[in-house]
Design a protein around this ligand. Sequence first.
Ligand SMILES: [Zn+2]
Length: 281
Amino acid sequence: MSDSDFQPGRVMDLAAGVRRITAPNAGMMTGPGSNTYLIGEDEVAVIDPAMDDADHLDAVVRAGGGRIRWILVTHNHPDHSSGAATLSQTTGAPVLAHPARLTGVRNEAFVPDKTIEDGHTLVLDGRRLRALYTPGHSADHLCFLLEDEHLLFAGDHVMEAVTVVILPPDGDMDDYLASLARLQTEQIARIAPGHGGGMDDAQSQFAQIIAHRHAREQQILETLGEGTWRASELVEAIYQDVPRQLHPVAEQQVLAHLLRLARQGQVRDEGQQGPWRRVQS
Ligand SMILES: [Zn+2]
């Protein structure tokens, strides 16, 4: 894999009938840009149209060769969903996404034509592409499994060498870990993420992420010790190796862990989302 693989407009062949085109929105939170996937040859499903960018969507339409039948969206975040309406107008294909979106944090501009739930399966060129409901990064997050390839289109649920951001209340750490545990029970070998390159060791990725999150939680509990701490103070203590401009995101991440620990009865909220205290057993 090289940087030019993610050059906007470039069509990358990843597997039989599976192609990737990266949108021109590289950035701190989006890596080399959002990945749009095309699955199928005679009947094509697009996963995550990404940005409403004319050049990007032209490249997707051209690659689809007039055979785009479905537009699937992993979750409502604008870097995955913004291009959906335009692509649907151009191709006539309906936009499919999960209905769960929380009031106040959802992307109001994104409205799917049809809502789909866990287990919804498209059959394209005789191949099964199955939706897996994986809340955590967002309440409406879906992954899609191309069953014959054991290939998971993971949206923002798993990324290469990047910690997925969980922002409460739309993001939920408890849900996130439960979704990962559920993926461990599926026949998944490879991952095609929403940003960055693919991974060939899906099961060890899932195990590593779960272990990393549990280690972070242990670190939070140890830092809390006997004292009371705000999430921002925990970030100062724990994320010393992280650039300051990322501290607000890290604070939300710590908050996501604290909310999960509170649900488990391991910490107590002394106010309104802080300060927090460890419950001594
Ligand atoms: Zn996202």
